[in-house]
Design a protein around this ligand. Structure first.
Ligand code: TYM
Length: 350
């Protein structure tokens, strides 16, 4: 990265380095989102200039009900604030409230090779079996590049599944800079929570695929203890442990890996040994996990209940976030249009 771009990536002029990340409004967030991304966002918010975005325009690349989308956005905003995102220390906003995202997407389309988009794993997965594939699904990562680069962010905290999209973003920045002059940083992905890789790719209740709403294998972040219990009870454990007295291998068991986030070290060590020696059954282990998740996330549920009782407060947070985001986005677009020879100011000296 050139020095100019590096400075831009840190927010410019010695300001706090800039961070951007996004999440789709699939309703309430789940544990995969939380462990893979959101809790890291909360940590970063104090030290960096952070922009966190609810990406409703990404969500419409899949089938959806327009009447339900605003509610999904609000539910997610509640989850994020309840999880600890504080509007005093970060900018939280909705993508469609800042139209510069789609404008920059169009401009970036002109420097993005189709082949790069066709190679994206998520594009291949999501278009599989569809009779017609909409162009938005193909161009999805270009919108993601625009999200990040509109704020000239240098750091992007995400789960492992977003690594390829981040590589594409870096390529977009590189190509655009080569054509129109150094302006965008090449952002770095911050994968997982940095704690020995935990949270990079949280598995779902099936124990094999990524936890995701589309796979219907999630534990919702704000679920009540009874629902957590039901979901955890259905989780797949060590397949070799068929009977209660079969010794288990906790290291191939996703329930045990979730204990890593929610159960204190002594209890976890005990569960590990008792699973290996078949002195504890999977149901007992799952009950302990249910308790750990329910207790660990109780403060989030309480905050969410307060926020739901006051929907105006959430709307205000999002409106203030959009206003701040538009300031920065407007500055970037002014410079981008000028360099690309577009808009009424084009052709005039900088
Ligand atoms: P999305 O909405 O699928 O997920 C939001 C964040 O949660 C992480 N995540 C996971 N991490 C670990 N294990 C899991 N099972 C798991 N499931 C989800 C994701 O990696 C992500 O960090 N395309 C993005 C949204 C996006 C974006 C952006 C992200 C749009 N523009 C700009 C970063 C920067 C997506 O669909 O994330």
């Amino acid at each position: 990265m050139s020095q100019a771009a590096a400075v831009a990536g840190s927010g410019g002029g010695g300001a706090r380095p800039r961070v951007f990340s996004g999440i789709q409004p699939s309703g309430e967030a789940h544990l995969g989102n939380y462990l893979g991304a959101i809790r890291r966002w909360v940590e970063l918010a104090g030290d960096y200039e952070c922009f966190f975005c609810i990406v409703d325009e990404h969500a419409i690349t899949q089938r959806y009900e327009p009447d339900e989308l605003p509610g999904r956005v609000t539910d997610l905003a509640v989850s994020l604030v309840a999880a600890g995102l504080d509007p005093e220390t970060c900018t939280l906003f909705v993508q469609s409230h800042v139209p510069e995202h789609t404008e920059l997407t169009w401009l970036f389309n002109t420097v993005t090779p189709i082949g790069d988009l066709q190679r994206m794993t998520q594009f291949k997965e999501k278009s599989l079996g569809q009779a017609t594939v909409n162009a938005g699904l193909l161009n999805y990562p270009v919108l993601q590049a625009a999200d990040i680069l509109l704020y000239r962010a240098g750091l992007v905290p995400v789960g492992e599944d977003q690594r390829q999209h981040l590589e594409l973003t870096r390529g977009v920045a590189r190509r655009w800079n080569a054509r129109f002059g150094d302006y965008f940083p090449e952002p770095e992905a911050l994968i997982g929570d940095g704690g020995g890789g935990a949270g990079r790719r949280v598995l779902g209740l099936d124990g094999v695929s990524k936890m995701s709403k589309t796979s219907d294998n999630t534990i919702p972040l704000l679920a009540e203890e009874s629902e957590i219990g039901r979901r955890v009870a259905s989780a797949v454990t060590d397949p070799a442990r068929v009977r209660r007295n079969d010794p288990g291998n906790p290291h191939v068991c996703n329930v045990f890996s979730l204990h890593g986030f929610f159960t204190d070290a002594d209890e976890r060590d005990e569960i590990e040994v008792r699973c290996q020696t078949a002195t504890i059954g999977c149901m007992q282990c799952k009950k302990a996990l249910t308790r750990g998740i329910a207790d660990g996330l109780a403060p989030l549920r309480e905050r969410a209940a307060e926020l739901r009782a006051n929907p105006g407060a959430v709307a205000e947070i999002l409106a203030a976030g959009a206003e701040r985001a538009r300031q920065v986005a407007g500055e970037t677009m002014h410079e981008v249009r000028r360099r690309m020879g577009l808009g009424p100011g084009a052709g005039r000296p900088a």
